[in-house]
Design a protein around this ligand. Structure first.
Ligand code: NAP
Length: 562
């Protein structure tokens, strides 16, 4: 047997090391310190002790989307008590739907509590990554702040936690560049923008647009909202809006078990929503009627009643992401709000021109028009044989279980294509991904692997299953949605073929048969070491597994039978 623990070709047991002692420091680079990047740092810190981690974050602060999105009204649209890590509750949320600022504080506080800042380099933007086959490493290029200074770094494993709704883009409307007023994108809101007394145009009625409109309506002089397509305005996704009093917060903090019951109740509601997206469920008719009645009732004002039909979709509830617009429909009937339906043909120096030829001059034009949702990396990611992932995914992003791509060894993504981003609880899905990464990286380090690369046929089988599954969902109906790369008839590339709960079960175990693994040329059992356990050697605990009940993980169905 060859290897560096050999003497004259003879294999030798390493009698200094207990089982699973790493023989090599694990070097990881993580792109982004948003929620996912912070979770990665937390979990690596928790599960590894011989590792080096550099998290490169382009922004001045952590928390990603919740740092970047500062538009008026920006808030969580699922109940805050479930917008936390499963293991890190927060009892002092100010209201049922916390503001972006408060969510930013939660994630920044999480980073501080676990001292994750030691891994994070702020204002460092990754601009390229190249796989080096000979060294079995990624070489990563990073730009410092807004300078031209480039830094290079290398790692065994590259984790892309760059976010899915992160690369905002201007709408493709001819003439936008000629606009002479103040042009704003919802995801790049200028801190000092004062809309008082201004004539404002708002393009888009997605989740951002429906939060912005009621938040600015009262302060602007006039507001014209340009709506291209109808959308389902949902009731709050969970609880009715409520500000929590100090007494509420104190009671959440005083009784963690009661708080847990509350959190589980809300999470159950969110996770139950998935069923309505499937055609087999049969509840769509009932849900549609309830949604439609609610919208018609909220649009019953004479100023808005005539466009009920233009605003209520023909496609099913959930075809595109539900927008729970608290006060949105009510705001449309405000005397200073005008709603203009149809396509904007072009933008002039003064404002938007519709296909009717009518021009709408504005002082400020707000584009709540969404993000680049091609799911391709924003920078070159050059894998095996010099293939750029952006090129490979030019026509269709084809990933494995929402986190890996064939031909890109030692590269994993959080919230990659077909992950559970709209299938139920989102943060729980990210946790499931990162738990998977931990298992894979643990084996990688302890068993001296050099590469893990998902097999192309595993990707093909997954994509085939996913595409067949999607035919039985409302997502493939004829709505335009970022779930389908902003197309009407495209493949569903953003969502997981199942519920978030389904995802948690699907990725609980690593299917090593789907991965091509290579290892250092050593005896594969070298990790068994000197016959001692790590626990006895390092903590002195000789009976840690003795306990009063069997608290090992068990399938909930089997648990219920006990
Ligand atoms: P979006 O859902 O992609 O909506 C973009 C809007 O802009 C749509 O109404 C679209 O019209 C319109 N639009 C785009 N190009 C246009 C053009 N050329 N002319 C006219 N209209 C145009 O983007 P978003 O509202 O920023 O939301 C994106 C996602 O971010 C959400 O689905 C959600 O997942 C997330 N988000 C979450 C929250 C939260 O509270 N948790 C808040 C905001 C956003 P069409 O409908 O005709 O395509």
């Amino acid at each position: 047997m060859n290897g560096d623990n050999c003497d004259n070709g003879e294999y030798k047991v390493d009698f200094d090391k207990p089982i699973h002692t790493p023989t090599r420091k694990l070097k990881v680079i993580c792109i982004g310190a948003g929620a996912s990047g912070l979770l990665i740092a937390y979990k690596l810190q928790r599960h590894f002790d011989d590792f080096e981690l550099n998290v490169y974050e382009k922004n001045k602060d952590v928390s990603g989307t919740w740092y970047e999105n500062r538009y008026p009204g920006c808030a969580c649209d699922v109940p805050s008590h479930c917008y936390t890590w499963s293991f890190e509750p927060k009892t002092d949320w100010s209201s049922t739907y916390a503001s972006a600022k408060e969510i930013h504080q939660y994630f920044a506080g999480f980073a501080k509590k676990y001292q994750l800042g030691r891994y994070i380099k702020l204002e460092h933007e990754v601009i390229g990554a190249t796989w080096d086959e000979a060294a079995a490493q990624w070489h990563v290029k990073i730009r410092q702040g807004t300078t031209e200074i480039l830094v290079e770094d290398s790692c065994h494993v590259l984790l892309n936690a760059g976010g899915i709704l992160n690369a905002w883009k201007w709408p493709a409307i001819p003439g936008l560049e000629n606009y002479k007023g103040t042009l704003v994108h919802s995801a790049a809101w200028p801190e000092d923008l004062d809309l008082t007394g201004k004539v404002v145009g708002l393009i888009g009625n997605g989740s951002s647009g429906v939060q912005i409109l009621p938040a600015i309506q009262a302060e602007v002089k006039e507001l014209t909202t340009f709506i291209r397509e109808p959308t389902w305005i949902a009731p709050p996704l969970g609880e009715a809006y409520q500000v929590f009093t100090d007494a509420d917060k104190a009671s959440f903090a005083a009784d963690p078990e009661k708080h847990l019951v509350l959190r589980r109740g809300i999470e159950s509601g969110i996770n139950s929503a998935f069923a309505m997206f499937t055609l087999a469920d049969g509840r769509q008719k009932e849900i549609r009627t309830a949604f439609e009645d609610r919208m018609r009732q909220q649009l019953s004002d004479p100023r808005t009643a005539h466009f009920q039909n233009a605003l209520i979709p023909t496609w099913s509830v959930g075809c595109r992401r539900l927008s729970p617009g608290i006060d949105y429909l009510k705001s449309l009937s405000a005397p200073n709000v005008s709603v203009v339906f149809g396509n904007i043909t072009h933008v002039t120096s003064a404002g938007c021109v519709m296909s009717s030829g009518e021009e709408y001059p504005t002082d400020v034009l707000i584009c709540a028009t969404g993000f680049d949702t091609s799911l391709r990396p924003r920078f070159p990611v050059i894998g095996r044989a010099g293939v750029d992932l952006r090129e490979k995914w030019k026509d269709e992003p084809r990933a494995y279980l929402g986190f890996a791509a064939a031909g890109f060894p030692n590269y994993l993504m959080t919230l990659g294509p077909n992950c559970p981003i709209g299938n139920g609880a989102v943060l729980a899905g990210i946790e499931a991904q990162v738990e998977y990464f931990v298992k894979l990286l643990s084996k990688f380090q302890k068993e001296m692997l050099t590469t893990f690369d998902v097999r192309e046929e595993a990707v093909d089988d997954f994509v085939e299953h996913k595409d067949e599954f999607m035919k039985n969902t409302v997502w493939t109906e004829d709505c335009r949605s970022w779930y389908k790369g902003d197309n009407i008839h495209g493949k569903v590339t953003a969502l997981w073929p199942g519920s978030s709960l389904h995802y948690i079960e699907a990725v609980r175990e690593v299917r090593y048969e789907d991965w091509a693994l290579t290892r250092e040329k050593r005896n594969r059992f070298q990790f068994l070491g000197n016959g001692h356990s790590t626990a006895e050697k390092r903590t002195g605990e000789m009976a840690y597994y003795i306990r009063n009940s069997d608290d090992s993980w068990i399938d909930p169905v089997l648990k219920a039978k006990l």
